[in-house]
Design a protein around this ligand. Sequence first.
Ligand SMILES: Nc1ncnc2c1ncn2[C@@H]1O[C@H](COP(=O)(O)OP(=O)(O)OP(=O)(O)O)[C@@H](O)[C@H]1O
Ligand SMILES: [Mg+2]
Length: 436
Amino acid sequence: MLILLGLIALLVWPIFGPAPALLICCAMLGLALYRERVELKRLSTWLLAPKPESVPDTGGAWTQPYVLLSRILRAQRQHESSLSATLQRFQLAGAAFPDGLVILGERDEIEWCNPAAERHLRIDLRRDAGHQITYLMRAPSFVEYLRAENHPEPLTLRFEREIDRPAVLSIQTVPFGDRQRLVISRDVARIEAAETIRRDFVANVSHELRTPLTVVIGFMETVLDMKTLPPAVERQLQMVMEQAQRMQRLVEDLLTLSRLESADNPPAEDPVDVPLLLRMLYDDAMALSADRHRIVLALESKAWVRGSIDELRSAFGNLVTNAVRYTPAGGEITLSWQADGNEARFEVRDTGIGIDAQHLPRLTERFYRVDRSRSRETGGTGLGLAIVKHVATRHGARLDVVSKIAVGSRFAVVFPATSILRPATGAGSGSTDKAA
Ligand SMILES: Nc1ncnc2c1ncn2[C@@H]1O[C@H](COP(=O)(O)OP(=O)(O)OP(=O)(O)O)[C@@H](O)[C@H]1O
Ligand SMILES: [Mg+2]
């Protein structure tokens, strides 16, 4: 256009002189400028609601930018529609998900939740988005659970029977995105009910077996006492007697486990003189070992704990019995009791057969035995450590196990500071007391 303008001016100049040539030049430049302004205006009008199908059809130098703009718009539109399809899929999946999902922001404010979470936690996303979840769910255990840093175990929440809300919820939090958290709520009422049926069934069967077994054992004792039996029959009856006694131990252990699991049997909170308990266990260990092992009692603390003496005796006793059973003759077994400001620790160390690392995670399962034949030989039922674990949990304590095959094992029940009681006057004999 500028070239055309120059050519016209050059043509006009020799005929009409410089002034008309300049005038024509100015007029044409003005016209060109006006056209650009009109195009710019059209562009800004189009940009108010840009649609690729309504791109202005201008021609000239403006065509190329408009084509590029419309291409960018089309790509953006495709991207948007695929994003919204993904979002819709995600929302549908969230809505169909049977578990409740809540996304919490940095201050525990509700960012998003699915319908199941709305039902479980009585939230209304439209009304409550942006509010802290603890304003709406005020159960102290829930508030406490959210405040804690790590949550290895899910929290169980129970509610009064309500329409449209499960009676038992399992709550778990998972770190999510950038300082956000995902709260997952799961209806576990049915699982709990099934668990109760299982527990009751085991307890009932064990209870029903107890009486006939007592009768059988009593009868066998009478027969064996008669001393008039032929030796072969006596041997066989002895074997029957051993098996019956094994069954009796099994039944007793199952009943103990049922009692420990029962929700209406809260743990006792009596003061337990652990040093005295350990002395008794030491005597039991000496009797069971019958001089086959060197047994050491290391009472390094006089601390007592709050709990149930019967449960602790049964749990500690199992650890001591295991150490004696699974340590070959000549080995060493140490029972120790230590306490500091943070925790108290009952530990049984042995130089026995040890346990391979692969078995350690499953050791506290019912009936789990590393070597079934060996355990059966020693009269084990495989319920001992399950009882220990339950007792520890009921006392707020944890069970630590370290073991190496052919080197030995270390089983420790570690009590939190809140369970430790300091006796007013020490009663230790021949022991040092670090904690007092
Ligand atoms: N101190 C130990 N050294 C080596 N293995 C052990 C030790 N303590 C336990 N175990 C292994 O763990 C298994 C489970 O122990 P647990 O006490 O639960 O059962 P148990 O001793 O076989 O039977 P019981 O129910 O009579 O105690 C044992 O069978 C044994 O294989
Ligand atoms: Mg045992």
